[in-house]
Ligand binder design. Sequence first.
Ligand code: UGA
Length: 399
Amino acid sequence: MAKERLTFTSSWDEFDLQTDIVMIAVGTPAKTNGEANTHYVEEAARSIAERLQDGAQYTVVVKSTVPIGTNRRVEHIIRRTLQERGVNAKVFVASNPEFLREGWALYDCFYPDRIIIGAEDPEAVEMMRRLYRPLLEQTFEPFEGIPRREESGLPPLITTDPVSAEMIKYAANAFLALKISFINEIAGLCEKVGSDVTEVARGIGLDSRIGPRFLNAGIGWGGSCFPKDTAALLAVGKEHNYEMPIVEAARKVNELQRLRVVERLQSLLKGVRGRTIGVLGLAFKPHTDDVRESPALDIIRILVERGAHVRAHDPVAMDNARAALTDEELQEVTFVHDPHNVADGAHALLLATEWPQYRMLDLLTMAQRMAFPLVLDGRNMFRVEDVEKAGITYVGVGK
Ligand code: UGA
């Protein structure tokens, strides 16, 4: 059992240095200028080097999402610390970015699309290849509740230099973010010309060069990764005096998306001041209680600022939402434990997070409790027929 071979400690004195590989997976929070703060990564590197003994051979793996050049810096810190201590140890540094989605960490870990190793030294690459062999060859027994991914072949191992590995992580997240912003921009035009963005996304997504995923139009992207990593990428560009208008535009479209939702409500309700808006979902995406950079919260803030009252529900994220809003904002937000209750006296419902359980809502009952029967489906999740059957006007994104 893996459980028997796992130990946890928060003390360096109990940290087992008799290993071949140590992974640094600490946070790299954003600084006020958007740059990623590598302080914790550097601290970890220093702490490791302070404990290495003469003759040790070690591979230090940087898993944290770090700005370009951080692996070089980690290597420098380790070498300098060893030198200062007069210790002669052989240390390799490898970059090994992760591509796990929040809520899907185990699945994405066992069935990765690819594994990226950025290292200069062939010995470090070999060490990492050995570590990942069960995943690369998919020879492990699937774990309960995490069945093998059907369509997946064997994940390729991409070996490259550390700087390219660091760039792969940022470029992947920036590309996914801009794919969503792109479809959101198209959605805005769909609304103007009378086309349906879900049909458009299906039509373009079937082109294998484009691919169908991350083309769901909605109220925009949030979370702890896309906003932070696109800002960090721009900060790297700035450091090199290099403009990145595409990444900037992806962020701008994402910001505008929140405003556009409120403006749509304003135009449908002839103003939101004094109106009650029911908000379904607060987390930045379903299956998490994370509200960091959540579009739902941003929209609530704008609504409150413009004089609306909000009734909000989320299956798991209400405590975090409460903690994230200011006291002033909280005066205008009522949290309800039964999602049906967001409808009480509401002039509109906004579906902000596509929790699957919202598909089961009794829309008829909700319609009866509303002051004005209108649904703005911010994630295009409801079936239009179901909403309209309940006597509610349906408005989707890009429809
Ligand atoms: C993202 C990436 O998907 C992971 O590959 C990466 O490892 C991770 O960031 C990270 O850097 O740690 P995550 O932030 O958990 O993962 O969330 P996603 O599932 O990617 O969703 C991000 C946001 O995009 C959510 O707000 C979601 O609602 C939105 N989204 C996603 C859309 O609006 N439309 C889509 O089609 C897909």
